[in-house]
Design a protein around this ligand. Structure first.
Ligand code: ATP
Ligand code: MG
Length: 387
């Protein structure tokens, strides 16, 4: 029955003169999930449409993950002609009645095209009457119907009843580029998703200590980034081996400062790569107070290591909320697989929770920071491209 999919855009509508730019980014996102180059995507008065007559369910499901789209509906597209609309609405209600338990209905017509000769209210009455005349055992219920038939009149007319949520937010790439510090935990994949949803074109960087940590932990990161790329589009993951840095910290610094100093190295290396490859910001999965390295004092000392913005979309979220999102976006099951994080191997038993910058700088003074960063970037970066 269906031959088209309609999509309502969210905040893009608000973007005034930049609207064309946002819509362009959205088109790119849609093109990415639509393999078939022959399918036609077009706009009509603020909505986006796709002509498609097979695999509709699968396509709707894919589109429901595209950022920038708020509602997605499979529809029947016809000419904007009163007789044709009458016939199709009857056919549509029949089709629905056959497949679902529909005893009551209501028609909700809307003219986006005000030149259409019949007003919405009048059309509701005409179409409702047609249905009652042609179909048995069905009644109108304007308050709580089993079926609402939307009749959306534009250059063409679209008949539909199902509304599914889209990905929400803004199209990927409409808000700059960010580098996500992706560990194998629950939080950072959610942070990646959240910033992708606000339109940031994201790629990832992940630190490991191979061969201290197994190659399996890198496989886990690849798996997570493959899952995330369904939402964010293809991503690059920079794998960086920081074993040497951990060794040097262990040899030369106080054990309790290990995590903070290592985190400062991660930030500096990420910043160097971000500047070289033109990312506007770093993104982490930090949430205030979750662990010792995420107290406000720790975050302050970590922040001090770089002068690039560090975005922390989960800063005010409870773990339970983060887990809920992780489940929704399908990263949770992968995140909880056991693995040896480079941080957990070197984590001190009693980490500082209230570090001061002076003390950390003093301790860090025992290391050749610049040289360690330089050699790590030139010797130990590998790149993985998501599927
Ligand atoms: P996550 O669940 O994201 O691992 P976490 O609660 O385990 O977070 P931490 O281990 O303190 O928290 O890490 C805080 C943030 O620092 C992470 O969310 C991530 O952005 C970054 N990070 C930590 N370890 C790594 C790593 N090995 N590679 C890349 N980023 C990391
Ligand atoms: Mg972690």
């Amino acid at each position: 029955m269906y031959n088209n999919i309609s999509m309502s855009l969210g905040e893009i509508v608000l973007k005034g003169r930049n609207r064309g730019y946002f819509e362009n980014k959205l088109n790119q996102s849609l093109r990415r999930i639509i393999d078939d180059k022959n399918l036609k995507i077009y706009r009509d008065r603020g909505k986006v449409f796709l002509d498609i007559d097979k695999d509709i369910d699968k396509m709707v499901k894919n589109i429901s993950k595209v950022f920038g789209i708020v509602v997605v509906s499979p529809c029947v597209k016809i000419e904007s002609d009163v007789d044709e609309i009458k016939n199709k609405v009857v056919e549509y209600v029949n089709f629905k009645k056959k497949n679902e338990n529909v005893q009551t209905f209501k028609i909700q017509a809307k003219r986006a095209d005000k030149t259409f000769p019949v007003k919405s209210m009048e059309l509701n009455n005409i179409l409702g009457g047609e249905v009652l005349k042609n179909i048995e055992n069905i009644k109108v219920d304007v308050h709580n119907p089993d079926l609402i038939v939307y009749v959306d009149i534009r250059s063409k007319t679209y008949i539909y009843s199902e509304k599914y949520s889209g990905g929400g937010g803004l199209p990927v790439g409409s808000n700059g580029k960010g580098l996500v510090l992706l560990s194998g935990g629950i939080d950072s994949p959610v942070a990646c998703y959240q910033m992708g949803k606000r339109g940031v074109k994201v790629d990832c960087i992940s630190f490991h200590s191979y061969p201290y940590t197994s190659i399996r932990s890198n496989e886990k990161i690849k798996e997570l980034s493959d899952i995330l790329s369904v939402y964010t589009g293809q991503m690059k993951v920079y794998f960086v081996n920081i074993l040497e840095i951990y060794r040097k910290i262990k040899e030369n610094c106080q054990e309790k400062n290990t995590t903070i100093i290592a985190r400062r190295f991660m930030m500096r290396i990420s910043k160097e790569i971000a500047e070289r490859d033109e990312y506007d910001c770093l993104i982490t999965g930090e949430s205030l107070g979750q662990v010792a390295s995420q107290t406000i004092k720790s975050l302050k000392v970590i922040q001090n290591s770089v002068d690039i913005p560090i975005l922390r979309p989960l800063i005010g979220n409870d773990k339970t909320d983060i887990i809920e999102i992780a489940r929704d976006i399908d990263t949770y099951e992968t995140s909880i697989k056991p693995f040896d994080d480079c941080c957990s191997i070197f984590s001190p038993e009693n980490p500082v929770t209230r570090p001061t910058l002076d003390k950390i700088l003093e301790d860090e003074g025992n290391l050749d920071v610049e040289e360690l960063i330089k050699s790590t970037i030139s010797n130990s970066v590998e790149i993985y491209n998501t599927k």
